[in-house]
Ligand binder design. Structure first.
Ligand code: FAD
Ligand code: SF4
Ligand code: SF4
Length: 427
């Protein structure tokens, strides 16, 4: 089915994270027709899943809120959620984007009252908390979700649970007949803002992720620290719920390693420096954070933050690539083994919890892209040789939010030039 919401003068932005939202808004506010596609049920991407932003340690909701306000006012911008771009054909000025739209089972009448969630008993893993807890099968993706509209998990459609949700809704918003559909969108230019995903930590065998419950990834740690997260913001051990006051951060977990990701993921040093401050916030002077690092990469203005953390007496730095982690079977306590390369002595140090500063991979892997789209050696997306397709944000490089939005603005400007030229030729 070809959708009438777009023409070959439309800019299609794929990915509704901070980069995609920025690119779509910049282009729409310059008068271009834009369609923004997000495969999840709400916008915000992985930025919305952070507890705080470095370097100012403010809440991500601040930055997102401004964009959401702009988005509601943008006339030329159409947002499709639960809409995943699965392929593209064509060339600059004349593309067709194939989009798979999953059913939400809830229509625009939804007031986010939550009655459907109260009515159902079935639960499913909560992807917003990286599966660390479960949620009702009728849910709002997170408190700040845009659109503020509930979703029914497909597992309860066609079951008595689904019927219960429908019966509980006073607004006629539950629509169990919704089906998956595939549409084709014409586009003059495409911006790929598909972001990043955490490297699969289970592949780093010496660290025991997936086997030792008290080894978590940095993205999971963001959720553990968040009051809306699985523990209500309490930094406790997954194994026994005990307070985790002594925490080890292992840098370059999966990055800068021939066996895993060859590139430096660039933001994970800053992420761990920031996360030591979550431990301090939770436990004050009793907090103990140890960063095991090869070298700390805190570029430009971030060096000030690095120095501030270095002055914090609750934080210790050990220059070492941790060789392996051993778990005490009965207590769940963890011992880290390695060699401190500054003193060249071996250590075997115990910690309550280990956080792996996990690498960032481009999320474009697996997408059916045309042959002329150029990727770098790590798979990050540069764009097409003819300029019709642009990579933006973390899809293009492991950027922090600031750099991701700068790259998104640049991509929007290039896309505007492409569709303007196409319009001039037609005129
Ligand atoms: C542990 C950790 C902590 C961090 N902390 C900070 C911090 O404090 N400050 C900071 O500046 N940065 C931080 N970052 C980096 C930050 O997360 C990124 O800069 C940011 O997420 C980049 O946003 P993005 O929009 O480019 O990508 P994403 O946030 O990944 O968004 C991409 C979006 O595209 C969607 N998508 C993907 N494929 C498709 C498709 N085919 N069709 C439709 N939609 C699709 C995804 O669902 C997602 O919503 C941190 C990163 C890590 C790992
Ligand atoms: S679907 Fe109905 S019951 Fe559920 S939150 Fe929306 S309006 Fe409320
Ligand atoms: S940013 Fe730091 S932790 Fe991340 S890969 Fe680079 S050096 Fe390693």
């Amino acid at each position: 089915m070809t959708a009438s919401i777009a023409t070959t003068e439309t800019i299609v932005v794929v990915g509704g994270g901070i980069s995609g939202m920025t690119a779509a808004l910049e282009a729409a506010e310059c008068g271009r027709q834009v369609v923004l596609l997000e495969r999840n049920a709400s916008l915000g991407g992985r930025t919305a899943m952070l507890y705080r932003y470095f370097p100012k340690l403010c809440h991500p909701t601040c930055g997102l809120e401004i964009n959401l306000r702009r988005l509601k006012a943008a006339r030329n911008l159409r947002v499709l959620t639960m809409a995943e771009a699965v392929g593209v054909e064509g060339r600059r000025g004349d593309y067709t984007v194939t989009v798979k739209i999953r059913p939400r089972f809830v229509n625009e009448n939804c007031t986010a009252c939550g009655d459907c969630a109260s009515a159902v008993t079935a639960t499913v893993p909560n992807p917003f908390n990286y599966g660390l807890d479960r949620m009702k099968a009728a849910y709002l993706p997170h408190p700040m979700a845009y659109p503020q509209r509930y979703v029914l998990d497909p597992s309860i459609a066609g079951t008595p649970e689904g019927e219960r949700a429908k019966a509980a809704c006073k607004y006629g918003a539950v629509d169990l007949a919704m089906q998956e559909e595939t549409i084709e969108l014409p586009a003059g230019a495409i911006i790929w803002a598909t972001g990043w995903k955490p490297y699969d930590a289970a592949r780093i065998q010496p660290y025991g992720y997936g086997e030792f419950p008290n080894v978590v990834t940095s993205v999971e740690f963001e959720r553990l620290a968040d009051p809306h997260g699985p523990t209500g913001g309490r930094l406790v051990r997954p194994s026994d719920g005990r307070e985790a006051k002594d925490i080890a951060f292992i840098q370059c977990a999966g990055s800068r390693d021939e066996n895993h990701l060859r590139h430096c993921s660039r933001i994970c040093c800053m992420a761990s420096l920031k996360q030591t401050q979550y431990v301090r916030e939770a436990y004050g002077d009793e907090a103990r954070s140890t960063i095991y690092y090869i070298d700390i990469r805190a570029i430009d203005r971030f060096e000030d933050f690095h120095q501030k953390v270095q002055r914090d007496p609750t934080v210790r730095f050990v220059k070492s690539k941790v060789a392996r982690i051993v778990q005490n079977g009965r207590t769940g306590d963890l011992t880290l083994h390695g060699v401190d390369t500054e003193g060249y002595h071996r250590y075997a140090t115990g910690h309550d919890l280990v956080v792996l500063a996990i690498g960032m991979e481009p999320e474009t892997n697996g997408l059916a892209l045309p042959d002329d789209v150029i990727r770098d050696s790590s798979g990050f997306l540069e764009g097409s040789g003819d300029g019709g397709q642009q990579g933006a944000g973390a899809a293009a490089s492991p950027y922090d939010v600031n750099r991701a939005t700068q790259s998104a603005t640049a991509a929007a400007l290039r896309a505007i030039r492409v569709v303007r030229k196409a319009a001039d030729v037609e005129a």
